[in-house]
Design a protein around this ligand. Structure first.
Ligand code: MTE
Length: 326
């Protein structure tokens, strides 16, 4: 547990909350994207793996992005400025303050990197991240992201649907859930040198949630290869759930028959559930979820059910009691 002298004894960890909230302070403490740009990315990878020395936002290599009309899953809302999206982060492996992940970015070694896909699949595989990326054409997705702390952003991701990857490994008839495991490198990652959470960070989805076309594996942001602070080289983006579900820096994806335990629900089971769907009508045990502040704006705005994606995803939860904070 963090050793903040003001910390309330037995206070449980929580993903986040606005820095203005004192209880928060108490506790805490391409890729050949699209086509044939491997050469350009090669330069980028060098930047991202160089150590020591931080990788600044300006250094992230540009990715080739064809101009395109908005797709069916995109929001047309203004995108959060890149400089803000890459300096105001939650990534506890790199520290607990919002500016720690950018400052400590160079501690995350993003190459070499492999992703293991195992469990209830017919074709388990351990794949190098660059090979994994070459399996799928990268797509743009402009998604809202809503943190349970009450702030939100609009993120222009580059990546591929998780469903494409899952289809490739062929889930068995027993598969019901997908468990994601993040990087574990206590020697290098400053946050993992402290018992802030049980490391590594793990998250999970039901298989039908994981197969939903909105569920996205991001490798880039705003036309650039993901920076470490954004969850390089591979992160999840599940836009209708609170941000803590969108696990960063994934090294393992395991299909399971039973519901996996997740980092936050293990740390504070009375505060964080498995589903964590954005629901303005149901407060978190300690904070209202009715409104949010879009980063870069002053006024709060109303939070929408399922973060505005109800039309696409509400059907996944038919028959469930959405008045509970899952
Ligand atoms: N993934 C890992 N591995 N470690 C983390 O601490 N924080 C989560 C999520 N993914 C976290 C993580 C939380 S609480 C949020 S709100 C989002 O990442 C923040 O994503 P962003 O920094 O890109 O906005």
């Amino acid at each position: 547990m963090p050793t903040d002298p003001d910390a309330v004894p037995h206070e449980k960890p929580r993903p986040d909350e606005d820095r203005s909230n004192p209880s928060r302070r108490q506790f805490l403490r391409s890729a050949a994207l699209f086509t044939g740009t491997a050469l350009a990315l090669g330069g980028g990878l060098e930047l991202l793996t160089r150590r020591p020395g931080a990788v600044s936002s300006e250094e992230a290599p540009e990715l080739a992005r064809p101009a395109r009309p908005l797709g069916p899953y995109d929001t047309s809302e203004p995108v959060t400025p890149y400089a803000q999206a890459t300096t105001y982060n939650n990534f506890y492996e790199l520290g607990v303050s919002k500016d720690d992940p950018a400052r400590n970015a160079s501690a995350l070694r993003v190459r070499p990197w492999t992703v293991e896909i195992d469990g209830e699949v017919q074709k388990p595989v351990t794949v190098d991240i660059d090979q994994l990326q070459s399996w799928f054409p990268l797509e743009d997705r402009i998604y809202r992201m809503r943190c349970v702390e009450g702030w939100s952003m609009v993120m222009p991701w580059l990546g591929f649907p998780l469903a494409a990857l899952l289809r490739r490994v062929q889930p068995t008839g027993e598969a019901r859930f997908v468990k994601f495991t993040a990087v574990n490198d206590p020697q290098d990652l400053p946050g993992q040198q402290e018992a802030i959470l049980d490391w590594p960070y793990v998250e999970g989805l039901r298989l039908d949630e994981a197969m939903h076309p909105l569920t996205f594996m991001a490798m880039g942001l705003d036309g650039k290869v993901l920076l470490p602070q954004s969850g390089a080289p591979l992160r999840l983006a599940v836009p209708w759930k609170y941000g803590f579900k969108s696990i960063k820096s994934i090294v393992r994806i395991t299909l399971t028959a039973s519901q996996p335990e997740t980092t936050w629900s293990r740390a504070a089971p009375d505060e964080y559930g498995f589903y964590a769907n954005v629901n303005p009508a149901v407060p978190h045990p300690r904070w209202s979820q009715a409104t949010e502040r879009r980063i870069g704006e002053l006024r709060r705005r109303d939070t929408l059910p399922f973060n505005g994606y109800a039309e696409q995803v509400a059907g996944l939860y038919r028959g469930m009691d959405l008045r509970r904070f899952y």
